[in-house]
Write a protein that binds this ligand. Structure first.
Ligand code: SF4
Ligand code: FES
Length: 266
């Protein structure tokens, strides 16, 4: 059964199991996030999505909204004076844990922070949100990224991300979810470089599109996608770059097909 709650004075109807962040988003109420990605679900590490929640057992509790279930009768404030002040401190701390990164700096600027009052010793953009580690492990199944600590770190707190070359399939999912572009990939002709904190951490060969010949994906990433597709469907699939796939798809929708795709199907 749907639940009714109030967010910033607005009546909200949420589906069962929805979080406050999702319910707010559905009604155009924007709560800042960094470690949340809808494909991966909540993780609760950046703390930016905090709200003040009142209702049975809550007592104006300050809590993260990405993992807070919307419940009947709940009343939520996303930008109360307390939340604005806490969020500003969180942004200040996050800013001290990274060098310039556009999304974070924009959020800080909106909160009235020009530079961190804590200073920074970091030389990379990574905020250790874990999105790259999770997408690689949980969605792709390659498990090629790890949190790493140094020997001197007595609390064993993660300090950086390390890429295990032998496990990396070069799909680029980590770059797609990283909120601060601390992981990127660059295609240079027939090869793809995966850059972690600006340094090339892995280089993989790219396979050419069977229609236009442009190198577009690694063999291992194509294999990974194919392994998830039904055997029968797989037979008709050709190795096509995104642009040629779009042309084929548009042609099919228009009722005709562009020139024959002559490459080998799998
Ligand atoms: S590299 Fe990006 S996605 Fe990975 S932990 Fe750092 S900030 Fe998050
Ligand atoms: S988005 Fe909720 S803790 Fe990061």
């Amino acid at each position: 059964m749907n639940v009714r709650l109030e967010i910033d004075g607005k009546e909200i109807v949420a589906e069962p199991g929805m979080t406050v962040l999702e319910a707010a988003g559905r009604y155009g109420i924007r709560i800042p996030t960094l470690c949340y990605h809808k494909a991966l679900g909540p993780y609760g590490v950046c703390r930016l999505c905090i709200v003040e929640a009142d209702g049975p057992g809550l007592d104006r509790m300050v809590t993260t909204s990405c993992n807070l279930k919307a419940t009947e009768g709940m009343s939520v404030e996303t930008a109360s004076p307390r939340i604005v002040a806490f969020r500003k401190t969180i942004l200040d701390l996050l800013l001290s844990a990274t060098v310039f990164s556009h999304p974070l700096n924009e959020l800080a600027k909106a909160a009235g922070i020009r530079r961190s009052s804590f200073g920074t010793e970091k030389t990379d953009k990574c905020i250790l949100c874990g999105l790259c580690v999770r997408v690689c492990r949980d969605s792709i199944g390659a498990d090629a990224l790890r949190f790493e600590t140094t020997g001197e770190n007595r609390w064993r707190v993660a300090e950086k991300i390390r890429l295990l070359k032998e496990r990396c399939i070069g799909c680029g999912a980590c770059a797609a979810v990283c909120p601060v572009a601390a992981i990127r990939f660059e295609d240079t002709g027939p090869a793809r470089n995966i850059l972690v904190y600006g340094d090339v951490a892995n280089t993989l060969d790219l396979v050419a599109c069977s229609m236009c010949g442009t190198p577009y994906a690694t063999q291992a990433s194509i294999d990974s996608v194919m392994a998830r597709i039904d055997c029968e469907l797989r037979k008709g699939i050709k190795k096509l770059c995104p642009e040629c796939s779009r042309i084929i798809y548009a042609g099919a929708l228009a009722g005709g097909f562009p020139p024959d795709v002559s490459g080998p199907g799998r």
